[in-house]
Design a protein. Sequence first.
Length: 118
Amino acid sequence: MAQNITEEIKRLHRRKQLTFNHSERMQDSESSGSEMGPDSPRRPDSPPSMVKNPEKALFTFKQVQMICERMLKEREDSLREQYDAVLTTKLAEQYDAFVKFTYDQIQRRYEAAPSYLS
């Protein structure tokens, strides 16, 4: 889920719907480095002003709303695809059963029908 949020943040930043201030950009560039993971501590050479303020909101309400809408849309699309796949499978099974039943009924009629030779 954290990866999805990170990808959404990057996508919003590319679309210029999410703006970063200078210190946030520096934190983002630090956390995206190959030697730095998302759970790794801050680099020791970074300035102390970059310490995260727990009182400051990371996202605005509008940004959270956009992220949630996007994630919900992706989940809804995924569920729709799964539902369509299951529905298609069930309809194919039902059609096969109908064809088999019809074939069996036709065969029974031909077997039970009197012949002109008998």
